[in-house]
Design a protein. Structure first.
Length: 945
């Protein structure tokens, strides 16, 4: 590089790439990049390591000798360039004297000392005898050759005390340039050679490396030329592919455009009918307007031209004649558009989704060693198969010599066709074993003779197409797991069941208020959840499904919400909440996920199906009062939404927009008939499976509602069911069924309950009955422990009846102040009332918290008889009694009573069934005052509906 070019780019050469200013104490890393010493110190400090430092430019890690950055070699070339920069800019910035540190414009440079001197210090420098042979030159007199001499100045030893010693030797042991003083001190006994000799050897080595690199560069340039040729070839192929894609896209656009015009024509036709009717109505209204205007004009003329006498004698009959035809029966022409059908465009979302995810085609370009005509396929799945059970075979790719080989770019395609040429299989999966073999599996969805076309890179393999005989499926039990209990791996009232991508079986338990996860062989893996209403807690979990993100979605039924968990059971979020607004739920049951990831919830209490986004935002709903009686579950398959309506004993089918299409099934025990259908699922054959609970079986249908088969019967043996509620399908086609346990039959009930309820209320509170209550206090303690501290405003300071002494230990003794029992006057007696289940009386409750109320009456249903029985209640001061009997709540004979009490205090509740006290009766109940809080506001100022 010539001096002029060097001077022009000098600032770039002497600027540190870290701090972006001129170098100070430049140190060189082994990667040959140089940085300021203080910049390297900052990098070392931030890294937390002292023995290694990472180059800021190439990110290469280098060892720091002894952890001291000062021991890194100094970049002498940069120091020389810094001196050249000072010489170049001396007239503007001056130069710092190496002796007195003063900055002067009039300065000198000593080529032997390699330092700058001011005009005062240079005199002292020249007076020294040791410096009489030094070459000193004023900076203003520097030429290009002088600058080159500065750049070629000798290097001096960096060791303290040796600064003026020139480096003359090279220590082979330390691989370091040293001065004459170092030879006799720190490097004594080491093998040393002259620095010039070492430099020549290194120069030869570097030159050899340079030649090697040049040869490598030439080889790479040759490769670049070949790559350019390949690029030209690819560009030609790309142009060809684009032309093909353009032609295909244009054909698709033409089809879409034709379909669009069909929709336009249909819309115009429909609109024309409506517009014609509106035009006729417009003419009628215009004629009416003209008639009214004519009558009004005549009346105005009469008023203007008549005298007072004429007006006073004007006969009403004349006015009637004048306005005849104006005030007829049809004062207004009906122009309400509600009589017209809404014109909407229903998008083919499935087509759009398929185009987005699959595209209009794909591009593959490679040269493979494998040959399709030499490739072989073997396996039972190529000769015979069973509907809904995975058919398998192994494909082995081979080259032209018939030797097994593998190319990861090979494309294996399998198409299964029936005799009509239609697809008759689902979920064709090809697994690359990476050794030249592929495992292929698929599921047939119909019986009969089919053909399996197997291709490798669009070429039929040997023997393809293969004739396959497909037989109907015969269900048989293969595994049963779970015993009644609360320990890990045991089950109590299992309800929902789902399967994740690892074939892990996830089960909800109503009895244990948790979710358990099992392997496909029934081995317990993990569980999460407990009873409660906090995050991650449950109150009767029911429906469950797995999202495409592997998150677990659980319906927390009696908390009226849906909770989302990670696949390990970590709580993520929730949505819902009790109510009848769009985003709220009321006793939700089943849940599923559609093919777009949205969450479908069966909101049984609100008699509707609601759809939420994956993060729980309300999207839409369908159904409502009159559409469903008791929807349990809804699943989406293809273009259908399929709902099980339990109390109507049928399956209802809707389109993706919630429009009703058809239904099938009715109450009964025959094939295709139901007795309380519960959850739904679609098996690998594309058939709908329905849990026919009270018929103790699972029925299988085509989507049209045509009965296919069934499996299961009443009993305790393997393959028999007591109350099948939910099903899930494993990846190999096996079906998992949750059975709600036989010993719960009497608890759940299977028919229409017609028992008469007798509700009796007395005002007397005897000391004896109170004593019995103190002995059974766990339900009360659950209430007390979950309640705020008690004050006189909660429990009035009543006086205990004479002779009353609570037993020891007193469960309320630690309350401050202690609660008292109040005996009301006899006149507070309330007459007995009697109602039946079939009357299904609606009610509202503010007696005490819902959780405590449900805990208090949880065991009542155990003792309700099948047809006859009564439950008697005795409370004090429940003068306003409103109750609700849910004879078919969750298909049980459990009865939920809700009451309103106008007073607070302690009360005794006696529960009897057939004149026998229920378990735990009598109960001691604490009633607290109601705290009002706003929950809803509606209505806006105006006169519209």
């Amino acid at each position: 590089m010539d001096i002029k070019t060097l001077l022009a780019n000098l600032h770039e050469e002497v600027s540190c790439s870290v701090c972006m200013v001129t170098f100070t104490e430049p140190k060189q890393l082994p990667c040959l990049h140089s940085f300021c010493l203080h910049c390297l110190a900052g990098i070392q400090r931030n890294s937390g390591r002292h023995d290694v430092i990472t180059c800021p430019e190439c990110r290469r890690e280098s060892q720091v000798p002894g952890g001291n950055l000062k021991d890194l070699p100094t970049n002498f070339r940069i120091n020389s360039l810094l001196d050249v920069l000072a010489i170049r800019d001396c007239n503007s910035t001056g130069v710092k004297c190496g002796n007195c540190d003063k900055r002067r414009v009039e300065s000198f440079y000593c080529f032997q000392c390699c330092s700058f001197w001011c005009d005062e210090c240079i005199t002292l420098h020249n007076l020294l005898r040791a410096n009489k042979d030094h070459r000193v030159l004023a900076l203003k007199d520097f030429g290009d050759q002088d600058i080159e001499d500065v750049l070629k100045r000798p290097a001096f030893c960096p060791r303290p005390g040796h600064e003026k010693k020139e480096l003359e030797f090279f220590c082979k042991k330390c691989e370091q340039a040293i001065c004459n003083s170092c030879v006799a001190t720190t490097h004594d006994g080491h093998v040393k050679i002259l620095l010039e000799e070492a430099a020549n050897k290194k120069k030869l080595q570097v030159m050899s490396d340079i030649e090697s690199r040049k040869a490598k560069v030439q080889r790479m340039r040759n490769k670049i030329s070949k790559l350019d040729e390949s690029c030209d070839k690819i560009q030609t192929q790309v142009a060809k592919v684009k032309r093909s894609a353009q032609q295909f896209a244009e054909s698709m656009i033409a089809v879409i455009e034709a379909k669009k015009q069909e929709i336009f024509s249909e819309a115009d036709h429909e609109a024309q009918q409506y517009l014609e009717r509106l035009r006729i109505q417009r003419i009628e209204i215009e004629n009416k307007v003209k008639m009214v205007e004519t009558a009004v004009g005549k009346s105005e003329t009469l008023l203007e031209r008549s005298t007072n006498a004429e007006l006073a004698q004007f006969d009403d009959s004349q006015n009637t004649t004048l306005l005849k035809g104006v005030d007829d029966e049809r004062e207004e022409v009906d122009c309400n558009l509600e009589h017209f059908n809404e014109l909407i465009f229903e998008e083919n979302k499935a087509l759009k989704t398929k185009a987005i995810h699959e595209g209009i085609g794909s591009i593959r370009a490679f040269l493979s060693e494998t040959r399709g005509d030499q490739t072989t396929a073997e396996g039972e799945g190529l000769t015979e198969a069973i509907v809904g059970i995975q058919a398998k075979f192994v494909l082995t790719t081979r080259n032209a010599e018939g030797r097994q080989c593998h190319d990861e770019r090979d494309r294996v395609t399998v198409e299964i066709k029936n005799q009509q040429g239609h697809d008759c299989a689902t979920e064709v999966r090809v697994q690359d074993i990476k050794d030249g073999s592929y495992k292929v599996g698929y599921f047939f969805k119909e019986t009969g003779s089919c053909k399996a076309e197997v291709k490798l890179n669009e070429v039929h393999v040997a023997g393809s197409p293969f004739p396959v005989r497909v037989k109907p499926r015969k269900f048989r039990p293969v595994l049963s797991f779970g015993q009644r209990g609360s320990s890990a791996g045991m089950l109590l009232r299992p309800w929902g069941v789902a399967v994740n991508e690892r074939d892990e079986i996830v089960v909800t338990e109503q009895g244990n208020n948790r979710v358990q996860v099992f392997s496909s062989d029934g081995t317990y893996l993990r569980s999460f959840g407990r009873q409660g209403n906090k995050q991650g807690e449950f109150n009767r979990p029911r429906g469950i499904t797995i999202h495409e993100t592997n998150n677990i979605i659980v319906v927390d039924s009696w908390n009226h919400r849906v909770q989302l968990f990670s696949e390990q059971g970590e709580y993520l979020s929730q949505f819902g909440g009790e109510g009848n607004l769009d985003h709220q739920l009321s006793i939700p049951l089943g849940v599923s996920v559609d093919n777009t990831g949205n969450i479908i919830v069966a909101d049984s209490g609100n008699k509707s199906i609601k759809i939420f986004s994956p993060d729980g935002h309300y999207l839409s709903k369908f159904g409502g009062e009159g559409s469903f009686t008791y929807p349990v579950h809804c699943v989406q398959y293809e273009k259908y939404l399929i709902v099980s309506d339990r109390d109507e004993h049928c399956i209802k089918v809707f389109d993706r927009n919630g429009n009703f299409l058809y239904k099938f099934g009715n109450e009964g025990e025959g094939d295709g008939e139901f007795n309380y259908p519960y959850c739904l699922s679609v098996n690998k054959a594309g058939h709908l499976m329905v849990c026919d609970a009270d018929n103790h079986r699972v029925q299988v249908f085509e989507l049209s509602g045509k009965f296919v088969t069934k499996f299961g019967s009443k009993g305790e043996k393997r393959g028999e069911f007591n109350l099948p509620v939910s099903t899930a399908v494993l990846s190999d086609g096996r079906i998992c069924v949750s059975d709600y346990e036989k010993n719960l039959k009497n608890f759940l009930g299977f028919g229409v309950v017609s028992a008469v309820l007798s509700i009796k209320i007395w005002g007397n509170f005897s000391a004896a009955s109170s004593l019995r209550t103190w002995g059974n206090f766990p339900p009360l303690l659950r209430i007390l422990r979950s309640s705020p501290p008690f004050h006189h405003s909660v429990i009035p300071p009543f006086r205990c009846p004479s002779g009353f002494r609570p037993p020891s230990p007193n469960p309320l003794a630690d309350m401050n102040p202690p609660p008292q029992i109040w005996t009301p006057p006899p006149q507070n007696r309330v007459k007995t009332s009697s109602l039946t289940f079939s009357e299904n009386v609606q009610a509202f409750c503010s007696m005490f918290g819902e959780r405590s109320f449900l805990n208090l009456f949880r065991d009542i249903s155990t003792f309700v008889k099948a047809e006859r029985g009564s439950i008697s209640f005795r409370h004090q001061l429940f003068v306003c009694l409103i109750w609700r009997a849910l004879s078919r709540f969750f298909h049980t004979r459990a009865v939920l009573f809700t009451m309103r009490c106008p007073h607070n205090g302690l009360f005794e509740t006696v529960v009897k069934v057939s004149e026998e006290q229920a378990r735990g009766s009598p109960f001691l109940t604490l009633v607290k005052p109601r705290q009002f809080c706003p929950v809803l506001s509606f209505g806006q100022r105006g006169s519209s509906a």
